[in-house]
Design a protein around this ligand. Structure first.
Ligand code: KG4
Ligand code: ZN
Length: 413
């Protein structure tokens, strides 16, 4: 009789994570080693550094997840690992380790799509927090993160789930726009939490950003969109009302910054928030040179607020207001068109407070159910991977020995 314990491993981007989840519905442990400090000064994830950091972290993170679950490896029934989409080198670290561990322990291996994992983060939270909320009902899911802005119709079918792609971004993901705008304005990586924290101090209607209606272009018919996770259904098959595009607003913010000459003060802010580290000094730098460096200011959101003039706060608030408004407009239009009464919002951007508040209010107005993961389960983690693997485990859907990374793995048809 199995214990129903799945060890999940996630390494698709810049978080090395491991978790133990029981029967897809109870988290025994969830450990996440973030690489933010490594990538912050580059303003984005550097793939080679990500692979190196995963190599360093994978063994201690998995050991910590097993220890915190208060079990031993012998209690585990299967190992689940993210097989894509994501960075090839980063994915390979998790996959190689998971394969070796599964082989050594004589356990089955389950391959999980990262996007499916994000969807199961909400289902896991619902099962843990509100088991009576019928987590197995059909739902429209918005996966909105640094790499994805996708709408899926999720249907439960005999202990498994099927996914239909309803809409997606044609270019940047929403989280990518957050990260690029934050970098442009002199904040750290990832940009979402900085913008989230600062937006409430600005006027959201100060800069009227607009999202134009997207038309399916004939010359793109049948082609996959230009995006990082490109291999999915042709956009010609998707309703243009449910297509997103975030590269335009990113450029609009850039133009605004240039026009209002905000760049010099953004650079000055970045220098104050992220002064060069002492270890970056020339090895020949003398002790007196180190002492001459200004004291490191705390790079907290409070420090950032003190360094932001009102026009910058207004720009941030207007950017966020426009992005959340566009996500809402298309998600609710899709729900209405599909007759979906339940909406799941997940992925790193689902941690955004304005997004949560406005989606919840609109859902209530329309008498729809909306659910989010916990803040910890919104960004990348391995509990969602272990939870998504549970139906596969029950169905005996195990990965072949030659499982490899699939950086552009698609979900849904
Ligand atoms: O899901 P995730 O951890 O990784 C990917 O699969 O991409 O999402 C990371 C993304 C980053 O772009 C980050 O800026 C964004 O989620 N993010 C946020 C917030 N927290 C993280 N965006 C807006 N508001 C937040 N509070
Ligand atoms: Zn993710």
């Amino acid at each position: 009789m199995p214990n129903g314990l799945i060890l999940g491993i996630e390494s698709s981007c810049d978080e090395t994570a491991a978790a133990v989840v029981e029967r897809g519905s109870r988290t025994l442990s969830s450990v996440v080693a973030s690489q933010i400090a490594t990538h912050a000064r580059f303003g984005g994830v550097v793939p080679e550094l990500a692979s190196r950091e995963h190599l360093r972290a994978i063994v201690p993170v998995v050991r910590a997840a097993v220890a915190q679950a208060n079990i031993t490896l012998a209690d585990i029934d299967a190992i689940a690992v993210t097989s894509g989409p994501g960075l090839a080198g980063a994915l390979l670290v998790g996959i190689t380790y998971a394969k070796a561990l599964a082989f050594a322990q004589g356990l089955p291996l389950i391959a999980v799509n990262h996007l499916e994992g994000h969807i199961h983060a909400v289902l896991l939270h619902e099962r843990e927090a509100a088991p009576t909320s019928d987590p197995d009902a059909q739902a429209l899911a918005l996966v909105v993160s640094g790499g994805h802005t996708h709408l899926f119709l999720c249907r439960p079918a005999h202990n498994a789930w099927t996914y239909s792609l309803i809409g997606r971004t044609l270019d940047d993901a929403a989280g990518e726009a957050y990260d690029k705008v934050a970098k442009l304005l002199g904040f750290g990586y990832p940009g979402g939490p900085w913008i989230d924290a600062l937006a409430r101090f600005g006027n959201p209607l100060a800069v009227p950003f607009a999202f134009s209606h997207i038309k399916t272009k004939l010359h793109l018919a049948g082609k996959a969109p230009r995006t990082k996770a490109a291999r999915t259904a042709p956009i010609a098959n998707l309703d243009p009302r449910f297509l997103f595009s975030f590269s335009g607003i990113k450029t609009a913010v850039l133009r605004y910054v240039e026009l209002h000459n905000l760049r010099p003060e953004a650079l000055a802010r970045a220098a104050r928030l992220f002064p060069p580290k002492i270890r970056n000094c020339e090895p020949s730098a003398s002790e007196s040179q180190y002492k001459a460096l200004p004291p490191t200011p705390p790079n907290t959101k409070e420090a950032a607020l003190a360094l932001c003039p009102q026009p910058v706060l207004d720009l941030i608030a207007s950017f966020q207001h426009a992005v959340v408004g566009d996500l809402m407009k298309k998600t609710f239009a899709a729900a209405e068109s599909l007759g979906a009464t339940r909406i799941l919002i997940t992925g790193g951007v689902a941690a955004n407070r304005e997004l949560r508040a406005r989606f919840a209010a609109e859902a209530q107005r329309r008498c729809l159910r909306v659910a989010f993961p916990t803040f910890a389960l919104s960004t990348d983690n391995a509990a969602m991977i272990a939870a998504a693997a549970w139906p596969r485990f029950q169905a005996g859907e195990f990965a072949a020995n030659d499982l490899s990374a699939d950086p552009s793995l698609a979900l849904g048809r």
